[in-house]
Ligand binder design. Sequence first.
Ligand code: MF3
Ligand code: CO
Ligand code: CO
Length: 256
Amino acid sequence: MPTILIKTPDEIESMRATCRLAAQTLKMIEPYVQPGVTTQKINDLCHEFILDNHAKPSPLNYRGFPKSICTSINQQVCHGIPGSRVLNSGDILNIDVTTYLNGFHGDTNKTFHVGIPSPKGLRITEIAKKCLEVGIRAVRPKGFFGDIGAAIETLALKHKCSVVREYCGHGIGRDFHEEPAVLHYGVAGTGAGLKPGMIFTIEPMINLGRAEIRLLPDKWTVVTKDHSLSAQFEHTILVTPTGFEVLTDLDGEYIH
Ligand code: MF3
Ligand code: CO
Ligand code: CO
């Protein structure tokens, strides 16, 4: 039985602050996502912004991860390491930001188009974004974690895309990765119950081709086995007495 923490009102306020900063970092970096820019430059700008805001980037040195954010391009699924790679027009780039502020982690990611989007790039990012949205809208007290995974998997399969199974969303708070693992596939009405005060991420990785993945020799970067494009979006979600609050939603996209 996993221990899923119920956050207190004070803890929830702290989570709102760190999640707001993570979302602001993604917003800050958007204009820099252009052809000719390296992923290292994007890393450095995010790193400085997070430190300027009295926080730390959670990924840096997390289990040996060498950089401050994850940058995953095209067929890279997640955990790409920023470096000398130069962005090209038509690339899709996921930037995953996690901040550690006043003892709490906030986690969000988004897939950006570099320059002029390709038709396949447009398609997979739109589907991945909708998969996150249906997952979020399945969150309600008295519901189940399986409701989230079922909603996501159903939508992905409807579009003939696939859901990566090896990596999941996660509880989050004082620890970067808390219980439970939030599966992006499954059966409605199964799994642990959703209760007000639970905070976790939903972060489906959706592939244009098959679901299978491989790990690159750098031991971090996850890629699609068939080299198909992969896109991901992530938010940190609070279960409320009436439904959900998206703590990393700066723009009020997910008011319910
Ligand atoms: N931010 C990722 C997540 O959504 C985790 C990155 S772990 C790292 O859970 F070590 F690669 F940074
Ligand atoms: Co996460
Ligand atoms: Co993340």
